[in-house]
Design a protein around this ligand. Structure first.
Ligand SMILES: O=c1ccn([C@@H]2O[C@H](COP(=O)(O)OP(=O)(O)O[C@H]3O[C@H](CO)[C@@H](O)[C@H](O)[C@H]3O)[C@@H](O)[C@H]2O)c(=O)[nH]1
Ligand SMILES: [Mn+2]
Length: 615
């Protein structure tokens, strides 16, 4: 039997889909034949023929890129058991977990707290975890819900661990189990289950009441900071202790501490911190990217974990071993100089059957995802991703010795201050992170003051935040831009697909919501394509592989693909009105059997492609 310590923590398995590849090439051949047929008979036809040719040319280009995207289908297998045999629990690295929420009406607090509870309950030493919740809505409701949830967590987390619960978002867990116990369940379990279900129902009721405006909290005390403020115009609110605790006390708001794991025990609860960054109407806030950068800095001062997991508030943990799966791909010296981040696929619960609006991105995750896993790795999708802090701080794989990039790392170093801003405490923590020093000193009053400062909207002026470090500004799809900047440096990423799926999230289920979301995505993607961040520059001047460029081009030009599709769809109507035709006539077709085969198959194929890929 092989020594457990010599077995790999993850394996890359290349899947051969030979039949698929043959079919893909036949389709390509048919498309090319159609193009050739059109070119050869250009003189006998008019405008409709030309438009049809241009549309089909773009479909063919799209198909070539699709073949490239799916050429090396790769699956990663991760082995958390081997990891636990190799390192003891206290040797596992700390992880900071970020949850973003922006609007307590569109993103109900009950959903956000379920995400937070599922994160607090993951199977990982709790003294290695800190959960930071960013509230861009500066909503007392969100804060109230979190504070109530933190009390419930004291029962929920031990319960999940004791009974090895799989789905650790209570709304999902209790809706799945509908009070049906199996004959193997102990009476102790049944008792605790019933107690927990009652507690969760009470928690939900409290939050529902609060949403219904019968606000149960006392605005003169803990919640006074939220009175008389507007969500887009609120000062740096200084707020003391909320529920418990000492050393993180008096830390801003932003941030407020809900729960601190004071004893540093591995089976207690992780830290839970609420942050609402400063907002002013005249200062750009850079949406989610801005929130992520504040989270990065505040967490840098408080816990400075070398890894950061981020999730949208509506994506709960569905597999309690996610951290261990991610660590299997990120730990070890080889991975450290190769893999920048581990991305889990986005999978949705209760989505519409057959994804009629295409916003569950099945093609992207199921097919293209495994395809690019075989090139440089998946794109960063904004949620369900574990990043290395030092990569977010701008390190490239070749900066093996951090000193080469930031000589004289230290709080007074001019380059560090220009890059990371004028907070000496923060630049010191960034220096520690870049050098791999994960030891944290207790927070002093100076660092508490610094945590106030790094949450202010003027902090980033004149620094490299959003440009060279942190989440990148300049696109509403900040995730794609940030991932692209990482791949440009030559980093790889890993597509982590454990079973059961790591996270489950919500996708819009109505047409208007889907259209708003897709308009935002299309705009954000074009903002990248038409800017100096266009991936072609990454291939020409950086370390982005050519096929990776093709993939990014395919993603970024997604919004433009509607133009040939719409034109092609309008051609039959145009042909009827003008009494012309754009498809070869039957009499033309029989001239050669090749043409016959080509044209008919292409028509079928085109309809198939339009239905399967563009609808
Ligand atoms: O000013 C803002 C705007 C948004 N968010 C948060 O960002 C996340 C994503 O925003 P959402 O409006 O839900 O966008 P989606 O289109 O659903 O999100 C997808 O697309 C985004 C942009 O590409 C990515 O950031 C997300 O991770 C990805 O799930 C949510 O948690 C929001 O609360 C903020 O924190 N501040
Ligand atoms: Mn969303």
């Amino acid at each position: 039997m092989a020594n457990q310590n010599s077995l790999p923590l993850h394996e890359r398995i290349e899947l051969r889909y030979t039949l698929h590849k043959v079919i893909e090439f036949i389709i390509l051949f048919l498309l090319l034949s159609l193009l050739v047929h059109r070119l050869l008979s250009f003189n006998n036809h008019g405008f409709a023929w030309l438009i049809a040719f241009l549309c089909e040319l773009s479909f063919t280009l799209n198909w070539v890129i699709t073949i490239s995207n799916k050429w090396n289908i790769v699956e990663y297998k991760t082995y958390p058991d081997r990891l636990l045999q190799r390192v003891s629990k206290h040797e596992l690295p700390p992880v900071d977990m970020f949850v973003t929420t922006a609007d307590s009406k569109l993103e109900p607090p009950i959903i956000t707290i379920n995400t937070v509870l599922s994160l607090l309950a993951v199977d990982y030493p709790t003294n290695k975890l800190a959960c930071y919740v960013s509230d861009d809505g500066c909503s007392p409701l969100t804060f109230y819900s979190l504070s109530e949830a933190s009390k419930f967590a004291k029962l929920w987390v031990p319960f999940c661990k004791k009974y090895n619960v799989q789905v650790r978002a209570p709304f999902r867990y209790f809706s799945n189990n509908n009070a049906t116990f199996s004959s193997n369940d102990s009476s102790e379990f049944k008792q605790e289950w019933t107690l927990l279900k009652d507690e969760y129902e009470q928690l939900s009721l409290k939050i529902e009441d609060a949403v219904g405006n019968s606000i149960p909290f006392d605005v003169s005390q803990d919640f006074a900071v939220f009175s008389n403020i507007e969500r887009n115009n609120h000062p740096t609110i200084i707020k003391g202790n909320v529920f418990c605790q000492p050393t993180f006390d008096e830390i801003l708001a932003p941030p407020l501490v809900l729960w601190e794991n004071k004893e540093g025990v591995s089976d207690g609860l992780p830290h839970l911190i609420y942050i609402s960054r400063e907002k002013r109407p005249k200062h750009p806030h850079h949406s989610k990217a801005g929130a992520m950068n504040v989270l990065t800095r505040v967490s840098g001062l408080m816990t400075n974990a070398p890894f950061m997991l981020n999730v949208d508030c509506d994506m709960f943990v569905n597999n309690p071993n996610i951290m261990l799966h991610a660590m299997c791909t990120l730990l070890g010296s080889e991975n450290e100089t190769k893999n920048a981040f581990a991305q889990f696929p986005q999978i949705y619960y209760d989505g519409l059957k057959d994804d009629p609006f295409g916003n569950q991105m099945v093609v992207l995750w199921k097919f293209a995802g495994h395809g690019i896993a075989g090139i440089q790795g998946p794109i960063y999708a904004g949620t369900g991703c574990v990043h290395r802090r030092k990569v977010i701080y701008g390190l490239s794989p070749t900066d093996t010795k951090t000193g080469e990039r930031y000589p004289n790392i230290g709080s007074g170093n001019v380059e560090m201050l220009k890059t990371f801003g004028t907070s000496e405490e923060f630049t010191k923590s960034a220096g520690d992170a870049l050098q791999g020093n994960t030891e944290r000193e207790n927070m002093s009053s100076k660092s508490i003051e610094a945590a106030h400062r790094v949450g202010e909207c003027e902090y980033e002026y004149g620094t490299n935040w959003g440009i060279k470090v942190g989440w990148r500004y300049g696109s509403t799809t900040e995730d794609i831009l940030t991932g692209l900047s990482i791949h440009n440096k030559g980093w790889n990423s890993i597509f982590c697909t454990p079973n059961p799926p790591a996270f489950l999230g919500c996708a819009p289920t109505a047409g208007p919501d889907s259209m708003t979301q897709q308009k935002r995505w299309a705009t954000g993607l074009l903002e990248i394509l038409l800017s100096k961040n266009c991936p072609i520059f990454g291939t020409l001047f950086g370390n982005l592989q050519f096929r990776m460029f093709l993939f990014y081009f395919w993603v970024l030009s997604w919004g433009l693909r509607c133009i040939p599709e719409l034109c092609y769809a309008a051609l039959p109507a145009y042909s009827i009105i003008t009494n012309t035709h754009f498809l070869p006539k039957v009499s033309d077709i029989y001239t050669t059997s090749l043409e016959y085969f080509t044209v008919h198959s292409s028509k079928i194929f085109t309809s198939w492609v339009v239905i399967n890929f563009f609808c």
